[in-house]
Unconditional design. Structure first.
Lengths: 112, 113
């Protein structure tokens, strides 16, 4: 059984740019949740995708958007990057929207 | 809004010492409770969870946690820690019909060999 994978591992962007992060869910999982973990903080929920539809959103502005594909992999897009967007972005997949979440290794984004 | 407080940001113990990490949450209704662990260089993984039933929950690697509803607490315990328990520990909560999990800020545990 393949676990949750994320790409890229690290990324450096400049303020104002746009970024796309990718997540492949664990086999058999149809739900992907995205979290932002700033340095010294716990993960904060961004949004969840269930069967290709957004299924809940945390307190993040609209410039954070996402997609889920028919194979249940997912993308997180962030437009107009700000310095405070520098963080570890975690993806978690689950068997359904309320199931146990399995986390990927994260993508570390640095905005300069 | 729900919130989770972890009382200790950094804990240092010697091997064989007993461990208790505090966690309190703010929501007064029915909740699901979790402890996650992140070992150095590894993914965040579930240590144990409480949904209902026996308030004393046993997890992997000898960890347990007790849900005390009257105190809004879900403290993590281990009677005798090992060097391999060095990691960051996160307490988390969600409402049973909600998809988002609210995490605490984490406690960094360092075990001296």
């Amino acid at each position: 059984e393949t676990g949750v994978t994320q790409s890229p591992t690290h990324l450096i962007k400049t303020r104002g740019q746009q970024v796309t992060l990718r997540c492949s869910s664990q086999s058999g999982h149809n739900t992907v949740s995205w979290y932002q973990q700033a340095l010294g903080q716990g993960p904060q929920f961004i949004f969840q995708y269930y069967r290709e539809e957004e299924n809940g959103r945390g307190n993040f502005p609209p410039r954070f958007s996402g997609l889920q594909f028919p194979n249940y992999s997912s993308e997180l897009n962030v437009n107009a990057l700000e310095l405070d967007d520098s963080a570890l972005y975690l993806c978690a997949s689950s068997r359904d929207s309320l199931g146990e979440q399995y986390f990927g290794p994260g993508t570390r984004l640095t905005v300069t | 809004a729900q919130s989770v407080s972890q009382h200790n940001h950094h804990v240092i113990l010697s091997e064989a010492a007993s461990l208790e990490l505090g966690c309190n949450y703010s929501y007064g209704g029915t909740v699901n409770l979790f402890w996650y662990v992140q070992y150095p260089g590894q993914h965040l993984q579930l240590l144990l969870k409480y949904f209902s039933g026996d308030p004393l929950v046993k997890g992997i690697k000898g960890f347990e946690a007790e849900f005390i509803k009257s105190k809004f607490s879900f403290n993590l315990r281990k009677p005798s820690v090992q060097w391999s328990d060095t990691a960051e520990y996160f307490c988390a909560v969600n409402e049973p019909r909600d998809d988002k999990i609210i995490f605490g800020k984490g406690t960094r545990l360092h075990i001296l060999p």
